[in-house]
Design a protein around this ligand. Sequence first.
Ligand code: CA
Ligand code: CA
Ligand code: CA
Ligand code: CA
Length: 344
Amino acid sequence: MLGSQAPTGAYIGGTDYLGSRPNAAATGITASSLGYELDSDTTTSGNQTVYGGNLAVTVAGFGLGASAAVVANAASTTITAASVAGSTALSVANSAPVVTLTGDTKAATFILSSTRVVSTTAGTEVMAGAAVTLDPASTSNLTLDALTSLTVYGAGVVTFDLSDTAGDSEDLTGNLTTINLSGMTAFADLDEDGKSENGSFGYNNTSTAAVTLNDAVIETVVLGSAVDTVTTGSTVEFMDSIQGFQLAATADTTDAVDVVDTDVSDILDITGASHTIVADDTAYSSLDAALLALSATSGKKAAFHADGNTYIFINSADAILDNSDQLVELVGTYDLDLLVSVIS
Ligand SMILES: [Ca+2]
Ligand SMILES: [Ca+2]
Ligand SMILES: [Ca+2]
Ligand SMILES: [Ca+2]
């Protein structure tokens, strides 16, 4: 437990600790599971760390800063971050912790709990959050390099940068292949009367996730009810697969053309340039057949259906299919005209 109401000076260095401590000046907490032993053997290659047991850390309470750092060394780590509504009358500020996880754990799960303050004049959302950066630009030290799975439940604000920093002296080993946000829930922006406020189409979901993937790793991302932005340099060689991508047209049936409802739809950012993708409704016999046909055109940028799924293909400036041509998979079939309007 990390919270300002915890007793100060609580012992935190032990290996079988159950208790709480304050989040003093955003220094956060460092915790290791019982049995965790870092690989100190420099002669045998590979990771011989013993991960020991599991850790559970709760970050909640009044007076927490906007950021809380958790360094976790364990086989698996579960972090609960809960925001708490304050009180203007009592001069108690809202507490909206955004937890940054670092350390050395093989599996990480965040449970986010957000809340809302309602006064006579406003309904203010107080969002908990989670942040992970696997390879910070400022250092060559790899963070969470043994991580194999990253999971989020609840409503909150998530920022995961899983990319490998270019030009770094060390490369990520690419263990993280599954990012599961399917347990995330929506959190409506409401006013003091409980009515929706903000948003382009009258509804604003304040539960959001921004995930930047690793271009040298085949990743599976499972999205949920947050507004998700997936940034990827996915290629033919390392093709990422996205499940649960939300895409909806506006409810306005008078629209002459389909207009995407950006308040509830997810966003796909394909790196390398600002892309204008063309919807291609050709009935291809297979993904391979589609890629061969599309790669015959230099610079082709197309969204299409094949094998029961939806793909976005971006050819290089040639007429052959290369491993480095860009390719993203969305599991299931999506309306291509709507889809191309949420890709950049
Ligand atoms: Ca609001
Ligand atoms: Ca990838
Ligand atoms: Ca979503
Ligand atoms: Ca090519």
